[in-house]
Ligand binder design. Structure first.
Ligand SMILES: NC(=O)c1ccc[n+]([C@@H]2O[C@H](COP(=O)([O-])OP(=O)(O)OC[C@H]3O[C@@H](n4cnc5c(N)ncnc54)[C@H](OP(=O)(O)O)[C@@H]3O)[C@@H](O)[C@H]2O)c1
Length: 240
């Protein structure tokens, strides 16, 4: 896809990987609809970009996907790409489990992607084009100790995406996942602070958010007839 003047929605755009994807797609000449809860962070980011609007919101709000689609159409006249990136990570031993926090994570990491997809896919099918990239993780491919529910949300993202990829084959609409290993963001920092002592020794050089953004752009910029449905990217030193 030639990204120039195309329109993308990016969720979780207020920090980390989402903000880096916004900067990269802006460089490619795209017009952007940015969402997350932190209104000020979104406004600060949009002010640095060429053509971006912000729609602050809670990603689990069932009305948000339609609001984002309407904003893309009303402001820019079209929608071409959705980057489902918003996510959180709770890791806890089963005896310490805060089941409500875990279920909220399921809604943020998985239910929100399902809702967004079911809102934009009819629009994409009707126009005969469109691309959804879902942020998975190395946790979508394997599991670890105390991360069962997080891993489960990312495995669910993998299953859902691969299923609709096959369902949509030949429609002109594409879906893909990306599976990053450790990336130096707020999520990664809080994970280490909450118990992954020793992770610095295991992965001394995590990816940077812009490394993941470059991979997202690689997926989107493949020529017609070429599809990268899954892109697994880890730090060169990662033993995981
Ligand atoms: N960092 C890693 O090592 C790593 C590795 C693999 C995959 N990932 C995935 O990458 C994605 C981005 O994470 P990150 O590492 O960039 O972390 P981050 O810097 O904490 O970014 C998370 C983003 O999600 C948004 N978000 C969280 N909860 C939300 C909610 N309830 N409603 C709306 N927006 C919400 C946050 O914005 P607000 O707080 O402003 O709402 C923020 O923009 C996640 O899906 C994560 O699972 C991360």
């Amino acid at each position: 896809m030639d990204l120039q003047n195309k329109v993308a929605i990016i969720t979780g755009a207020s920090s980390g990987i989402g903000a880096a994807i916004a900067a990269d797609l802006d460089q490619a000449g795209m017009k952007l609809v940015l969402t997350a809860r932190s209104q000020q962070k979104l406004a600060d980011l949009a002010a640095q970009l060429g053509n971006a609007v912000v729609v602050p919101g809670e990603i689990t709000d069932p009305d948000l996907p339609q609001q984002l689609l309407d904003t893309a159409i009303n402001k820019f006249g079209q929608l071409d790409v959705v980057i489902n990136n918003a996510g959180i990570m709770h890791m806890m031993a089963i005896e310490d489990a805060d089941v409500d926090a875990l279920c909220t994570m399921i809604r943020v990491n998985f239910e929100a992607i399902v809702r967004m997809s079911y809102t934009v896919l009819p629009h994409f099918k009707q126009q005969g084009s469109g691309f959804i990239v879902n942020m998975s993780s190395v946790s979508g491919l394997k599991t670890g100790v105390m991360t069962g529910v997080y891993d489960g949300t990312k495995h669910a993202v993998e299953a859902f995406t691969d299923s609709i990829r096959m369902e949509l084959a030949g429609s002109g609409v594409s879906v893909a996942t990306i599976e990053p290993g450790a990336v130096a963001t707020d999520l990664y920092k809080s994970w280490r602070e909450r118990g992954q002592k020793g992770y610095d020794e295991l992965v001394p050089n995590p990816l940077q958010s812009k490394d993941v953004a470059r991979c997202v752009r690689f997926i989107l910029e493949q020529p017609a007839g070429v599809m990268v449905p899954r892109l697994f990217v880890v730090p060169a030193t990662s033993p995981v």
